[in-house]
Design a protein around this ligand. Structure first.
Ligand code: HEC
Length: 139
């Protein structure tokens, strides 16, 4: 009786470990591309942080500008996006494009001057960050 209980407990442990296994798809990038991409990422986080600060200060025009120039469709050249995209599987490229589009949509919303719709549009941007992070890794 006790032995079978121990068996069940062990089985639960193993099942739990399996459930936590990393299921993100590994995307191999050349080393330089990898550090370039991670630097972009840190810049993205800084941008979201700055946009939140600007929103909190009621500086919607500034927030729009920050998002468009640093994350939106206007930022693609700066990030070397085209070069990076060549190494990405289709789904990852799409996730990246979705994020840049969402940032440009946020910029338009923010320019309209209403705070709540702007926050909602900003959440579409962070949702795109989350979706890609859940699906892919590069190391
Ligand atoms: C197209 C996919 C994709 C999108 C979109 C994306 N990321 Fe990432 N990000 C990644 C991957 C892949 C990694 C590396 C994960 C790993 O292998 O460790 C990463 C890593 C990061 C890191 C860690 C950087 C480091 O130096 O370790 C930060 C911070 C980050 N992302 C922020 C963001 C933010 C903020 C956004 C949205 C504005 C975003 N990312 C959008 C794919 C993406």
């Amino acid at each position: 009786m006790k032995k079978s209980l121990l068996g069940v407990v062990l089985l639960l442990f193993v099942a739990n470990a399996w459930a936590e296994e990393d299921e993100r798809k590994m995307v191999k990038l050349p080393e330089m591309m990898q550090s370039h991409m991670l630097a972009n990422m840190r810049n993205h986080l800084e941008t979201i942080n700055l946009v939140l600060l600007q929103l909190a200060n009621g500086e919607l025009d500034k927030a729009a500008d920050t998002a468009e120039q640093r994350l939106g469709m206007s930022s693609l050249d700066k990030h070397g996006a085209e070069h990076l995209a060549r190494f990405m599987p289709e789904g990852m490229k799409k996730a990246g494009t979705a994020m840049h589009h969402a940032a440009s949509r946020f910029a338009l919303r923010a320019q309209e001057g209403e705070v709540l719709p702007a926050y909602k549009a900003l959440q579409d941007v962070t949702a795109a960050c989350v979706a890609c992070h859940a699906a892919y890794r590069i190391r």
